[in-house]
Design a protein around this ligand. Structure first.
Ligand SMILES: Cc1cc2nc3c(=O)[nH]c(=O)nc-3n(C[C@H](O)[C@H](O)[C@H](O)COP(=O)(O)O)c2cc1C
Length: 357
């Protein structure tokens, strides 16, 4: 049994907290401008930020993206994240559950989430490589471990290629996806981890029977950077150079949202990758996402000891920005004017994409 994944998880957390692991690409959400409405004719108390996603009502369109679990000390983090999402009515993804499938004694670091968030939207998580390798019974075990409402399968191809111990064979994924999506009792979400999803990928995945996507585009946490730093620590110069070459790879989050929305008008879309505040959340939804996901800022707020305050501030600000666009709720926001400038504008034109205007 290989339990070394636990050490890797801790290293990822430590590097993400101590080093600069974001950029150099940006999300291109800075190319999106919402129009200020100086006479909104609304009372803030009538602005409703709630949405329904994956069958659960969320008080705001916000999900904590999958990060932790799988190392003994992460039980505490997952318990705290679960308490906070349950109190605030948000959604929560757990980190990759591979370690707990391979090392039973780590299961509690994940299933602690359901004890503290019995009613919330909870999303299970495994990587593309395990998804291909595991049989249906093991995949169901991943879902049942957290009594999940959905299973996120993360596509971390760049990370696998650049990490010293990474996997290199990604064949067989689409067939497996077709097979599993037909019988798994919960929906599958196809999730990137910071390099984005294109309309072409979304179409192929839609054809395999999956209708939920977490774009996790470029502009936020950059796994090529994290693996570069790990390779440097390990003295693996070749992987370090490889990771360096891929630092600027990926589809910026704003472009990825429009890509997936154009390909699949009725898909459920999570906007993530570099979402760094309420304005990013609202802009993402205006571009076509249903909810937004955040990872690194949540981890940092947890370690600062002010996760609750940070999230309350964020939710209140989403509400304020809805009011400032003259929107009573998230659906009204989708009809409000927006200006899009370059490079996102050119990307939309050249890729033949659509944003509802
Ligand atoms: C410390 C850390 C651990 C992560 N672990 C996972 C994981 O196990 N599974 C996964 O799908 N994504 C994982 N991610 C990726 C995030 O879910 C997210 O897609 C990515 O960090 C981009 O969001 P951000 O820019 O808000 O951080 C992790 C991110 C961080 C920072």
């Amino acid at each position: 049994m290989n339990c070394s994944n636990a050490d890797r998880k801790l290293e990822h957390i430590e590097i993400s907290l101590k080093e600069d692991v974001e950029g150099p690409l940006t999300t291109w959400l800075e190319c999106v401008h919402l129009i200020h409405n100086a006479v909104p004719e609304l009372n803030i108390s009538e602005v409703d930020t709630s949405v329904t996603f994956l069958g659960k009502k969320l008080s705001a369109p916000l999900i904590i993206s999958g990060m932790t679990g799988g190392a003994p000390s992460t039980e505490k983090i997952n318990a705290e994240l679960a308490k906070v999402v349950e109190a605030l009515g948000l959604g929560l993804g757990v980190g990759s559950q591979r370690s707990a499938i391979e090392c039973e004694h780590l299961k509690h670091t994940f299933n602690v989430v359901r004890s503290y968030a019995p009613k919330s939207l909870v999303i299970a998580n495994i990587g593309i490589y395990e998804f291909i390798k595991y049989d249906l019974g093991m995949i169901e075990k991943v879902v049942n471990m957290v009594e999940a409402d959905a299973l996120a399968v993360h596509l971390n191809v760049v990370q696998e290629l650049t990490q010293p111990e990474g996997s290199h064979d990604f064949r067989g994924f689409l067939n497996k996806l077709k097979e599993v999506s037909r019988v798994l009792p919960v929906p599958i979400i196809i999730k990137e981890v910071g390099f984005g999803l294109s309309k072409d990928v979304a179409s192929v995945i839609g054809g395999a029977g999956v209708n939920y996507f977490d774009v996790a585009g470029a502009g936020g946490t950059n796994w090529a950077k994290i693996e570069l730093l790990r390779a440097r620590r390990k003295g693996d110069r070749i992987k370090e150079y490889m990771a360096l070459e891929l630092l600027r790879w990926g589809i910026p989050t704003a472009a990825s949202i429009v890509e997936v929305r154009t390909a699949l008008p009725s898909a459920g879309i999570i906007a993530s990758g570099g979402i760094r505040g309420a304005l990013d959340v609202v802009k993402s939804i205006r571009l076509g996402a249903d909810v937004a996901g955040m990872a690194l800022p949540i981890l940092k707020a947890y370690y600062r000891g002010e996760l609750m305050e940070y999230l309350r501030g964020l939710i209140n600000s989403i509400k304020a920005i809805l009011l400032l666009t003259g929107s009573r709720n998230v659906n009204e926001l989708k009809t409000k004017p927006v200006v899009i400038y370059d490079p996102l504008r050119t990307w939309i034109i050249q890729r033949n994409l659509k944003v509802i205007m």
